[in-house]
Design a protein around this ligand. Structure first.
Ligand code: IMP
Length: 213
């Protein structure tokens, strides 16, 4: 089975390919020639995940591409002491509520600015509990009629925000997120461990269950 993963994030793509069982081939947006920006205008992970999946589904459907469907992931870091923030604003948190800040030069600087903000916001707070939550939307072409099916699945990993950065593996907030049951951050743990216990791994496990039904 071939599925398109509706993301331009190379880190996510690598994780998804690593996690997916061998019977499911994952195509990137580049491989199908999709090069548009998708505006994530939703106010929840569920909405943004659906917006991305639908945009790529329209593209694939118009070209009658030889794939079984499309799926998109939207992920948020939800911090207990901040009432679940940054949630849907996780990707650009560094600039939310800030008056004027220099524009980071690239992806690595955005990630670093986001992590610095998390550490600042939690300074002096005892409760450092947090979770990553991923919502995946799958839109699958139907074999029997013209209407595609849409399903959403979720994956959560609980953990805590470290008091400083540790490790350089992974991406985004990985160097400050310590998953429950471990005393190392995702930035320190080997990819094989992250890709077994992470939010994305759990959401993909649920996706595979849906595909096997
Ligand atoms: P989105 O799903 O592309 O909107 O991702 C939002 C942001 O969450 C990303 O830009 C990263 O900063 C962060 N993020 C998503 N997945 C992970 C992860 O597995 N580890 C650490 N940070 C992540």
């Amino acid at each position: 089975m071939k599925l398109v993963f509706a993301s331009n994030n190379a880190h996510k793509l690598a994780e998804v390919r690593d996690i997916m069982p061998s019977g499911i081939e994952v195509l990137s947006l580049r491989e199908i020639g999709f090069d548009h920006e998708i505006d994530e205008t939703g106010t929840t992970l569920e909405e943004n995940s659906r917006i991305k999946a639908e945009a790529v589904y329209q593209y694939v459907n118009a070209r009658k591409a030889d794939v079984s469907g499309v799926f998109a992931d939207d992920t948020g870091l939800e911090i207990d002491a901040l009432g679940g923030r940054p949630g849907v604003y996780t990707a650009r948190w560094y600039r939310i509520g800030e008056d004027s800040i220099p524009q980071p030069a690239g992806e690595g600087e955005v990630f670093a600015a986001n992590r610095a903000k998390a550490l600042r916001e939690l300074e002096g707070k005892e409760n450092r509990g947090a979770q990553f939550r991923t919502v995946i939307t799958l839109i699958k072409f139907s074999e029997t009629n013209d209407r595609p099916s849409l399903v959403q699945v979720e994956g959560i990993v609980r953990g805590r925000i470290a008091t400083e950065e540790y490790g350089e593996g992974g991406f985004g907030y990985d160097p400050i997120f310590v998953p429950e049951g471990y005393d190392k951050t995702f930035g320190e743990l080997p990819a094989e461990i992250k890709n077994t216990i992470s939010h994305r791994a759990k959401a993909l496990e649920n996706l595979v269950k849906v595909l096997e039904k």
